[in-house]
Design a protein around this ligand. Sequence first.
Ligand code: ATP
Ligand code: MG
Length: 421
Amino acid sequence: MTSEQECYVYIVPPGETEFVTAGRFQISQISQGGSVGKFIYGRTYRERENAVELDPVELRLQTGEFETALMDGFFGAIRDAMPDSWGRKVIERHFKAAQLPEMDYLMRAPDDRAGALGFGRNQEPPHPENRFNRTLDLERLQSAADALIADDPDLAGSAGQQVEDLLLMGGTAMGGARPKVVVEDDNALWLAKFSRADDSWNHPRTEHALLELARSCGLNAIDSKLTTVAGRDVLLVRRFDRDRTESGAYRRHRMVSALTLLRTDDDATVRRNWSYLMLADEIRRVSECPEEDLRDLFGRMCFNAAVSNLDDHPRNHAVLAKDKNWQLSPAYDLTPGPVISQERRDLAMDCGTGGRIANKANIMSGCGRFLLSSEDAQEIFNTITTTVKNEWHPAMRRAGVSEQDCERIARAFSYEGLFYE
Ligand SMILES: Nc1ncnc2c1ncn2[C@@H]1O[C@H](COP(=O)(O)OP(=O)(O)OP(=O)(O)O)[C@@H](O)[C@H]1O
Ligand SMILES: [Mg+2]
């Protein structure tokens, strides 16, 4: 295979720790501009007993070629395995390029990407490298991230080139905009999220507190812990798409974002299909436990409204498959939005039949789509908003958020307009 525009797609099947080749992906330029993507599953793969689909919407396990002209030909499941704004920045910096062809971002990311997929030019898949930065490396990685944000190589200190290599080895493939790297401790893989010099409050501690608060509200939120590196706080979020086996290898779970389930893009100016209600419809169709997942999703929507997590875009929701079946992933990336308006706040996605308005009337309006009676929905809303109101401050303080920072973010919690009926 010589074309720069083709690659093999590998997958770690459920219960295994090594890649197998699942199929072939190709991007072709079209004369009208833009490009078209094609994907085909390999026959040997399809005939495996534990063959699974790449995603539950676009690339179902079947014969024949799939084709898409959406998103420049990058199928949702493939786009979800690509680096996002932070990872792109690292790659561009490493290759000293302002921008690279899309296929390069896919191929150049290290082997720590979200989900169970891998990509390469050889039909034979590589062995997973299982080479990760250790939590001990966090200090150097944090300096490297600072240097990258400030575009000042001197901030990386004496680590220099080594830092760049480290970043490239485990700091690019995961999505999101905030500086982050993947690190390993003795038990698991973690997503380490750093602070930025221009943060208005302590992000690692507040995010940790919100994940704990979400759990106090009965929601399934991912485990996290805090660590301090060179005097600065770093949040460690346990990766839910990897499980370590006794031999130290990792099982990889497939993962696709709500962008993919909703067949949409993350350009906020388009916002086509950015909707919790439509997401509920999709989850009802693909999940092995729809009632449980939809109750949790409804609760997350209430929680996001109650803490003004207005950055709850579809990349911040995902479904996960640990075996053949899909389920809603644990909640992640929860951030308070201390905006001024007491009247009206909008979530990033439609949360009721009246659009994005985060208030009780609108949130209740779509409860049937989550398979909830209005009594059940009211109870979830009331329990969550009461818990948030009473518990946000103690939760912040327990996580070591300063009183000054609590004042900075206080406006985020249980704003007046939330209770409009
Ligand atoms: N615990 C986790 N396990 C596996 N994947 C995760 C986990 N947390 C986040 N991810 C993946 O990593 C991506 C980036 O993480 P996250 O959303 O926390 O970062 P962020 O930079 O704060 O994002 P944003 O750009 O939305 O602010 C997510 O979109 C998701 O695909
Ligand atoms: Mg995010």
